[in-house]
Design a protein around this ligand. Sequence first.
Ligand SMILES: *Cc1c(COP(=O)(O)O)cnc(C)c1O
Length: 353
Amino acid sequence: MTFLSSTFHSPRPNLRIRQTLRLLVHNSLPPPLTHNHRLLSSSSSKSQKSMSASSNTNIPKATPDRASEIRESLAEIRARIAAATEATETPGSGLSFNGKTRKLVAVSKYKPSSDILVCYECGQRDFGENYVQELVDKAKELPPEIQWHFIGTLQSNKSKLLASVPNLHTVQTVSSLKIANALHKALPSNRTSPLNVLLQINTSGEDSKSGLPPLTLSSLDPNRPQLSELQTLAKHIITSCPNLRLQGLMTIGALDLSLHANAAEQNADFERLKETRECLERWLEKEFPGDDGDDELKRKSWGDESTGRLLLSMGMSSDFEAALKAGSDIVRVGTGIFGGRKTKEETKNAPSS
Ligand SMILES: *Cc1c(COP(=O)(O)O)cnc(C)c1O
C-alpha cells in the first residue's frame, strides 16, 4: 500500500498527467503581486527545480525534533486509517476493486509551513485550512503539487481571493447559493479542472454550526411540493455552476459525540450524513442521470468521477476511525498529526494529544 498523493488505492492513471498540466499552468502564471511571492516569481523559468520540495529554501526548516515528531504522528495516523479501512472492506465485497479511495486531509491551520513541508516530504498531498488569508499565504510558498482543501466558514467577499489559488482542490464548506455563485464566478478561466465542492450539512442541528439541514427518506416524497434547501443548492450547482463539481457532503458534527467516539457505537452525525447522501443520490440519479457515453460508465455531472458516488467528508482526530468504519471517504485530521493548537478558541475545541 502506498501513500503517494495521499489516497489509499492506486490513483487513476490520468491523475499524473492532470497534475503535470496543473503544474505547468501554475508555473506559467505571472508572479503574484504581494510581498509573499518568493517561490513562484523566482522559479517560473525553472519549473523542474520547483518540483522538488528541497528547493523551497525560503521556508525555514522544522527542527529535527519537530520533524521526527510530525513524521511519527503522520505514520501512526496512516497506519490507523489503513487498519480501520481494511476492517471495513471485507474480502470479496468488491469495495477495494472499484477504485474506492480514502483520503487523509492534514488540517494545518495555525501551523507553520515548515510543518506542512515535513508531511509533504512524506508524500502527504492534501492539506486543509480554515482561514482564507492563511491558505493563500501558505499556498504561495509551498509546492504547487499540494491539493488545498478549504474547511472553514467562507464569506462571499473572500471567495475571489480563495479562488485565485491555482491548486485549490476542494471547498468543503459550501452551504448557500450565494457562496456557490461567488466561487463559480471567481474561478480564473485558466483553471484546468473544476473546483470540487462539498456541501456542508448541519447533522447535529446545533445553532453554532453552519450547514444545511440533513435529508431523511420522507423528504424524497414525490408529493412534496417543494425541494429541500439541499436539493435546490445541488441542482443549482449542477445546472448553473459549470466551474464547480458537486463532489459530496461534509459534516463537522457534535463535539460531544466526537470526543466520546467509540468505534463500536454508531455516531448519530455520521448516520445522518449517510442517510442524507442516500436520499440526495437517489434523487440526483433521477434528475441528472448523466450522458450515456460510448463507454460503459455514464458520465455524470456530479459525484466522484471514479466511483460515481457522492463522497462523505466526516471524521476528525478524535473520531476518524469510527467515521471510516461508518463509510467516510475523507477524514480531516489536525491535532493527531501536528499536536494541539495554541489559540484559546481552538484549544477549547481540540484538546492536544
Ligand atoms: C480544525 C478542524 C479539523 C481538525 O480537527 P482536529 O480535531 O484537530 O483533528 C477538522 N475539520 C474542521 C472543519 C476543522 O475546523
